[in-house]
Design a protein around this ligand. Structure first.
Ligand code: PBG
Length: 322
């Protein structure tokens, strides 16, 4: 090889490096998570998520206009309801917080509206389902997810994203959507969702931390990469149109393996704690936040993700090609 081959030749100038770039980010890759809170009348921030606003529902039109102007192609909506109860009925209420936000948002933007399907923010106990005898009851929760998904699609969601990690939830959601006449509404399944400490800041924002215990009985053990392939494979079998892997940076191996094995589109979710780490270090002057953001997103795409869900979406879109 050396001295005939000199890999540094390809790094000789900016033009050369650009021509040889293997992985490029594009605005259309990005999904921006958005939070709407029914209990507030002006924007609020959680201390652990600087730069990530939580909007009152009445701001939905204004946010939609801004997102449209920035060229963001897709958003992922989460809600903080006024009332919580045992089975998260606010998540499927016709006038639920996300249902209301979707209707307003949709009037001002044609960005794809993806709606998270879960009850952790809607239940007093903070678990992702119906809780009985110290654990989340799988099958009734999967049915509940179906009901929520149909309600969100009725409100105008373009895509639904079940995130509770119940067995059979994708099938239940597909069945409920079809029964409600939403045969063409795609499912983005949170297929390999690991039980991760990196969700901490999200739980501050969404007030969705479990009041007792953790999510170990439903979210995956971060040690298990082979099991992630089984989760993805079963979600595809149940009708998932897009599969998601989260968190992203700790799971680049899982993204890569999934890319090699499956031909479905893959979404990577750079979660709240990943965002918070980069933000915090940047605010302390410990690293270049913009460069770290871009490098982290490139790594997710290089690993094999087609779709990048990130709290940096607005900032990243400004940096990217059209
Ligand atoms: C709801 C849900 C969570 C996230 C996305 N959907 C929280 C959790 O599982 O506790 C986390 C997203 C993030 O951390 O950015 N089940």
């Amino acid at each position: 090889m050396f001295p005939i081959t000199r890999l540094r030749r390809g790094r000789s100038s900016g033009s050369m490096r650009r021509m040889l770039t293997e992985t490029r980010l594009h605005r259309d890759d990005l999904v921006l998570p958005l939070f709407f809170d029914e209990t507030i009348s002006s924007v609020r921030y959680a201390a652990s998520m600087p730069g990530v606003p939580v909007y009152p529902v009445r701001d939905a039109e204004k946010v939609a206009e801004r997102i449209h102007a920035e060229g963001i192609n897709a958003v992922l909506l989460f809600g903080i309801p006024r009332h919580k109860d045992g089975n998260g009925s606010g998540a499927y209420a016709r006038d639920g917080v996300v249902q209301k936000a979707i209707k307003r948002f949709g009037t001002r933007s044609d960005a794809l509206i993806i709606a998270d399907v879960c009850v952790c923010g809607y239940t007093g106990h903070g678990h992702c389902g119906i809780f009985s005898h110290g654990d989340v009851d799988n099958d009734p929760t999967a049915e509940l997810c179906g009901r929520i998904a149909a309600s969100l699609a009725d409100a105008g969601a373009d895509v639904v994203a079940p995130s509770g990690m119940m067995d059979g939830q994708v099938a239940a959601v597909r069945g409920a959507l079809d029964d409600a006449g939403h045969r063409n509404t795609p499912i983005m399944a949170y297929s390999a969702k690991f039980c991760s400490s990196f969700y901490g800041p999200f739980r501050d924002i969404a007030d969705s931390a479990p009041s007792s215990g953790g999510r170990e009985t439903y979210q995956m053990n971060p040690a298990n990469a082979r099991e992630a392939m089984r989760e993805i494979s079963s979600d595809i079998g149940e009708g998932a149109d897009i599969v998601m892997i989260k968190p992203a940076m700790p799971c680049l191996d899982v993204i890569h393996n999934a890319r090699n094995r499956f031909n479905v589109p893959i979404a990577a979710y750079q979660v709240s704690g990943e965002y918070a780490m980069i933000r915090a270090a940047a605010e302390n002057g410990w690293l270049d936040g913009r460069a770290a953001m871009t490098e982290s997103l490139i790594s997710m795409k290089r690993a094999g993700a087609d779709i990048l869900i990130t709290y940096f979406a607005e900032e990243a879109a400004k940096e990217m090609e059209q």
